[in-house]
Design a protein around this ligand. Structure first.
Ligand SMILES: *Cc1c(COP(=O)(O)O)cnc(C)c1O
Length: 330
């Protein structure tokens, strides 16, 4: 059983039409990020690779798409009361910024020990920050209470139909640009990006196989897909800090079951090597989680010889000192 159990009556599983609606809502707001190619990368993989560079998205990750779409989809009465999110990562910043752009008040529930830089960025976007103690308090309960008291809409990072649909717009743009693909490879944390991407890929490129990639230490998605039910694991340890959810969401799991062929894993060492490759050879900074899909392709974990392969680079938010330490092995 997972922690959103009991709400199955209210499940609204998004479809490709929701991805198209999301695209219309975010038009002119989210960047249409570039699709990068590299002969060195192609030679390494023995395939033709197309990298969707969401590390260059606003706030540095695809999360801006889902956040902007979910806020824009609210009824006017609902958005007047504001939105609430809990996260110390890319979703919090995406909600704070997307809310500010739409003139909607935002409250972000963050752990007391979140990095000062992240707190400053979040309050810089005009959001109110409410701190909690991650060892003694339950962020979900705090967020639910604030949402109830204020009549505000709680927007979770992946288990929400409009968030999933928004995330799907990256793959939609990618395939529109490249034409049909044989394979689409996507990072997986809570499964919002993978589900949205699968909706777009299966609708636009019927022969495209969709594969998710998660850190080896946190393979709950792989276990869930193989078992046919959502499996919850203890909080994993990995440098892929955007892929640490302990289970996938109720709104995305049915899509993963229907449209995703497999979920594979990579190690932290493979992520570091991939970060170094992107910096050295392609001159881009990709955060560890953003390297998941590429690492699986570069290391032959997903066979792609001779194929046309789309790879989502999901984000670029990594502290530059931490980045330097990782890629130089210090
Ligand atoms: C959140 C995040 C992911 C995982 O997305 P889910 O929708 O939770 O699966 C991957 N990469 C980055 C950079 C992220 O911020």
């Amino acid at each position: 059983m997972n922690d959103s159990g009991g709400q199955s009556q209210s499940l609204r599983i998004p479809t490709f039409d929701d991805v198209l609606a999301a695209r219309a809502r975010i038009a002119g707001q989210a960047h249409r990020t570039p699709v990068l190619t590299s002969r060195t990368a192609d030679a390494r993989a023995g395939a033709t690779l197309f990298f969707k560079a969401e590390n260059l998205q606003r706030v540095g990750a695809f999360k801006f798409r889902g956040a902007y779409n979910a806020i824009a989809a609210l009824a006017p009465e609902a958005s007047r009361n504001g939105v609430v999110a809990f996260s110390s990562g890319n979703h919090a910043q995406a909600i704070a910024y997307a809310a500010q752009l739409q003139g909607v008040p935002a409250t972000i529930v963050m752990p007391q020990d979140a990095p000062a830089m992240k707190m400053a960025a979040t309050s810089g976007y005009g959001a109110e920050i409410i701190l909690y103690d991650r060892y003694t308090e339950d962020r979900q309960a705090i967020s639910d209470r604030i949402a109830r008291e204020r009549g505000a809409a709680l927007i979770p990072p992946y288990d929400h139909p409009d968030v999933i649909a928004g995330q799907g717009t990256a793959a939609l743009e990618l395939i529109e640009e490249t034409g049909a693909l044989d394979l689409l490879v996507v990072p997986l944390g809570g499964g919002g990006l993978l589900a949205g991407s699968a909706l777009a890929a299966r609708a636009l490129s019927s022969g495209c196989t969709v594969i998710g990639v998660e850190p080896e230490a946190g393979n709950d998605g792989q276990q869930s897909l193989r078992k046919g039910e959502i499996v919850t694991i203890p909080v994993p340890r990995s440098i892929a800090d955007g892929a640490l959810p302990t289970h996938v969401g109720n709104h995305n799991f049915p899509i993963l079951q229907d449209k995703v062929a497999d979920i594979v894993t990579v190690t932290d060492a493979q992520l570091v090597e991939t970060m170094r490759f992107f910096a050295e050879r392609m001159k881009i900074i990709v955060e560890p989680t953003g390297c998941l899909a590429a690492a699986a392709v570069f290391n032959g974990i997903i066979p792609c010889n001779g194929k046309r392969v789309g790879i989502v680079l999901s984000g670029g938010n990594v502290d530059i000192a931490a980045f330097a330490a990782m890629v130089t092995g210090t």
